[in-house]
Structure formats: structure tokens, C-alpha cells
Design a protein around this ligand. Structure first.
Ligand code: SAM
Length: 484
């Protein structure tokens, strides 16, 4: 089928033929240092009057970089990836947690323990009372942003159930707590259902492609509605049609050849840009993990940490305005390296079981309904302190979406350099809330020092003054939720 990024047909915008041609081109040019230097130069952020501008890379160009094995060129990729991250996202890292609602599932995904044939995993679906308890527990940790997760089951988890849960989550206000943005990671659905999710006030709609390779996709999803490759791959277009303009892509690395997946992922981003005028809001890079009846070794395409980090750097170069997410599937060590090459969001203190937060201490970890093993088992407070020790500002900000700065309006903010006057103080104010309401003494001490230093870096004098006053109010009263 002929390749057409603007087509609405999965097999035309993710063309197997074009991916193979791109990989051949990449292989042919992986030692072509002249071309590689040109591509690196193209990826570099350029300073403008108002901020920075980046062109990004095509899937072919980015594939050449990914194929290149010359150490000094790889080093250059890492340096430029960090430059891009700092130009558009500064030193802020957004924090979120997953909330598992239900592990009932009718699909047969071979890598996921929630698959229908798994008869020994405990099945659980939260009641609204239990959702409330989970949200209180999450608020008590300090979270403001959640990603809700659920298996696909039209009887047990219909869209009405998901909508009820979203309403419950937004309605809970415990002490100074508040969940201000609910991102949703549920199976591909209809335009009507996406519209309902939009109306319920969701942030990003996240759906991992798992694999862009159609034949492997069908083998890995032998049964259930998720078997339909086109329906799954075209989900983001339906989400956009339903009014959701922040969508999150992802590949589950380990299932197929990583170079193939990478080209597919960048082509998917190009497709969204071509059709909707806005690329993906985020890209996630999960790797297959051990789980109840899942052995990651059963999949042939596992990638080592160095390759994984190179993939992240190449994503950063190819789609400079897209946020990049790394979850607690990865260890502290890998997460540290990923932060250097452009990751902008991390989860912290995560539980991947249904009902994993309420009634448990930060050290306790229920495994019965868990989706996969979590490698980074630190508490949220430890993650917050760690980020600051590494010079990143942990941000609990949710302002853009609440101020209507989604889709291309968010990208505009990114492009016109107002981020430093807007996102920077927002990050500091929400960090201040965290420190006042939830942090340990140590975290509070280093955090307050960071806030005072970073406040001085807000370029606009008026914005700086307002932020300073707001931080004073947060420190001295129960006033919360200031934002630009
Ligand atoms: N059921 C929805 C779907 O099909 O898209 C929601 C997603 S599921 C709760 C979240 C994601 O977890 C999946 O899209 C998959 O990529 C990932 N996942 C599943 N099994 C995994 C495993 N063993 N290790 C790591 N990630 C896994």
C-alpha cells in the first residue's frame, strides 16, 4: 500500500514498505558522517528573538541517527537532546502516578498478565468508594496528576464506569489535596466515547501502539477487540475527531525490532501533524517487564539500556516539542540517564495493582492484581528529592490544560518562549505546595532553597513578582492552586 502520512488509513500512514525503505536508507548511511552531521545540525535548537525554534527530523533522518554506531556522533545526539529539552522544557520534570481502576479484560495480549486466559490472577474493579479511597491516598502522597489505567471489558468496564471514576476523582478534595488533571490510558474506542471523555475533562488520551508491525501486532493480540490493527492504530484520529487534542503515543519495546518501532512511532507523529496540525502531546517508552504469567525473555527483541537511551535521545531530536514519559518500569539508574536525554515526565511512588494505594504504607506493595513489576520502588518523596539533587525542578503543574492551552496552543507556548514566564513559576508554585503539605524535612529544606534560587530566573519582572507573592501565600497560609 502506498505511503501517505495524511491518509486516515493505518496501513497508509504507517506503511510497512516505507518503514523498510527508511531502515534500508538508514543502514546505508549509518557511517555517512557528512549526512549525520547535517542531520544533527538540523536537529539543533536555534535561538530566536522570543525563545528557541526547532525543526525536528523526518523518520528517515531520525532512523539514520538511530542506526549510527559512531561513539562521538552518539555523544553529539545526547548533547543536542539535552539542549532541546532545556530549550523547551527547562529543568522542570512533571510528576504523575498511575491509578489502576480495573484489571478485567477480554483481550488476549501475550505480554500482559491481564489477558483473558489468565485464570489465576485476582480480578478486581474499584467501586466508587474505593476510587475515592485511592484518590485520598494519592492526594496524601502529594499527587496532583493521574493516569488512569484499565483493562478492556465492555461489560465490567464500560465507558460509563470510566466516566464515573473520572467524576469521582475530580470530586475528592482531601485536606489541601486536589487531582487537577486526569490522563486516560484505556483501550481504543469510538469517536462518541472520546467525546464523552473530553466532556469529562480529561487531559491526555494515552494509547500505546504496542507494536507498529502489523503481522506481529496480530500475533501478539490473538483474540479480543484489540486484535484489530487498523482500529487500534487509527484510534488517535478518532480521539482528535472527538475533540481530544492532547494524545500520547507509545511503543512497548521488546516486542518487535526497535528500529522498526522507532520509524513507525515517528511516522505516527508525522501523521498527526499532517492531518490535525499538531503532533503528539507525549510519547511513552515502556519496555516489557516481568509480570504474573509473563516472562519478558519470551520475546526476542529486548533492548539493552544503552540502546534504550539512544532511542530516547533520537525521539527527542525528531519531535522536539513532544513531552517524553518514563515510568517506574525502569530503575533509578536508567531513569537518571533518560532525564539527561530529554525525558520531561516521570511517575513516582507508583502502584500497578488495582487498589494499590489505600491502606498501604509507602513500603508495602500488594502484588495480587499487579500489571507488572515496578523497578523504581522509591516513595514519591524520595523521587522528588532525587530530582532536585540532580538539578531538576519537580513540577506538579497542571495549568496549561486548565487554562485551555492544549494541542497547538500548548505547542505555541513552547515555541514562542513564554514557557520561562509561565511554566517555570507554575512549577515552583506547585512544588512549594508539595513541600508545605507533604514533604519530609530533608526534601522541604532542599526544595525551598531551590525555589528561592529558581524564582530569580523568571525573566519577566511582573511574573517574577507575582510568583514570589504567591509562594509567600502558600508558605504562610492554606491558599493553593495559583497559576499563570
Ligand atoms: N487496556 C488498555 C490498552 O489495551 O491499551 C490500557 C493499557 S494497559 C493498562 C497499559 C499498558 O501497559 C499497555 O498498553 C502495555 O503497553 C503496558 N504493558 C502491558 N503489559 C506489560 C508488561 N508485562 N510490561 C510492561 N508493560 C506492559
Amino acid at each position: 500500500m502506498s505511503y501517505n502520512p495524511a491518509s486516515l488509513k493505518a496501513e497508509e500512514f504507517i506503511s510497512d514498505e516505507e518503514i523498510k525503505a527508511a531502515l534500508e536508507y538508514a543502514e546505508m548511511n549509518k557511517n555517512n558522517t557528512e549526512l549525520i552531521d547535517e542531520i544533527l545540525e538540523k536537529a539543533r535548537p536555534v535561538k530566536t528573538e522570543t525563545g528557541y525554534r526547532c525543526q525536528g527530523l523526518t523518520h528517515r533522518e531520525a532512523s539514520v541517527l538511530l542506526a549510527c554506531e559512531i561513539p562521538e556522533k552518539i555523544q553529539k545526539m545526547y548533547e543536542i537532546a539535552e539542549e532541546i529539552k532545556l530549550a523547551f522544557y527547562g529543568n522542570r520534570i512533571v510528576i504523575f502516578a498511575p491509578l489502576y481502576l480495573s484489571n478485567y479484560c477480554v483481550n488476549g495480549c501475550l505480554y500482559c498478565p491481564y489477558h483473558l486466559k489468565n485464570k489465576h490472577i485476582a480480578r478486581k474493579k474499584l467501586t466508587q468508594e474505593e476510587v475515592k479511597a485511592e484518590v485520598i491516598a494519592l492526594q496524601d502522597l502529594g499527587h496532583k496528576r493521574l493516569a488512569i489505567e484499565s483493562g478492556e471489558d465492555p461489560v465490567n468496564n464500560p465507558i460509563e464506569y470510566i466516566l464515573d471514576c473520572i467524576n469521582t476523582i475530580y470530586s475528592v478534595h482531601h485536606k489541601n489535596g486536589d487531582i487537577r488533571r486526569v490522563n486516560v490510558n484505556i483501550a481504543a474506542t469510538t469517536v462518541d466515547n472520546y467525546r464523552k471523555l473530553k466532556e469529562a475533562g480529561i487531559g491526555t488520551y494515552i494509547l500505546f501502539q504496542e507494536t507498529y508491525h502489523k503481522d506481529s501486532y496480530e500475533t501478539l493480540h490473538p483474540t479480543g477487540p484489540k486484535h484489530d490493527y487498523a482500529y487500534h492504530t487509527e484510534a488517535m484520529d478518532r480521539a482528535m475527531e472527538g475533540g481530544i487534542d492532547d494524545v500520547g503515543l507509545g511503543v512497548l519495546f521488546g516486542l518487535e525490532l526497535y528500529k522498526y518501532e522507532f520509524a513507525g512511532l515517528i511516522m505516527h507523529a508525522e501523521h498527526l501533524e499532517a492531518v490535525h496540525g499538531v503532533g503528539p502531546h507525549t510519547i511513552s517508552v515502556p519496555r516489557v517487564k516481568k509480570a504474573d504469567d509473563i516472562d519478558p525473555g519470551a520475546f526476542d527483541n529486548g533492548i539493552d539500556d544503552d540502546t534504550f537511551i539512544k532511542i530516547a535521545a533520537c525521539i527527542r531530536l525528531a519531535v522536539p516539542y513532544t513531552g517524553m514519559i518514563i515510568s517506574t518500569r525502569e530503575t533509578e539508574e536508567v531513569r537518571s540517564k533518560m532525564l539527561k536525554v530529554g525525558v520531561s515526565q516521570v511517575s513516582g511512588g507508583s502502584r500497578t495493582s488495582v487498589g494499590g494505594y489505600a491502606g498501604y504504607t509507602p513500603e508495602e506493595r500488594p502484588h495480587d492484581t499487579e500489571q507488572f513489576d515496578v523497578s523504581d520502588q522509591r516513595s514519591l518523596d524520595e523521587v522528588v528529592a532525587w530530582l532536585m539533587e540532580k538539578g531538576h525542578i519537580p513540577s506538579f503543574c497542571t495549568a496549561c490544560y486548565r487554562e485551555g492551552r492544549t494541542g497547538d496552543r500548548f505547542m505555541q507556548l513552547c515555541k514562542n518562549g513564554q514557557i520561562q514566564n509561565c511554566c517555570h513559576p507554575n512549577a515552583l508554585m506547585t512544588l512549594c505546595e508539595y513541600l508545605e503539605d507533604y514533604a519530609s524535612d530533608y526534601t522541604k529544606e532542599i526544595g525551598n532553597k531551590m525555589i528561592d534560587e529558581e524564582l530569580e530566573k523568571v525573566p519577566n519582572e511582573k511574573a517574577r513578582e507575582i510568583a514570589r507573592e504567591n509562594i509567600k501565600a502558600i508558605r504562610n497560609s492554606d491558599r493553593r492552586d495559583f497559576r499563570f
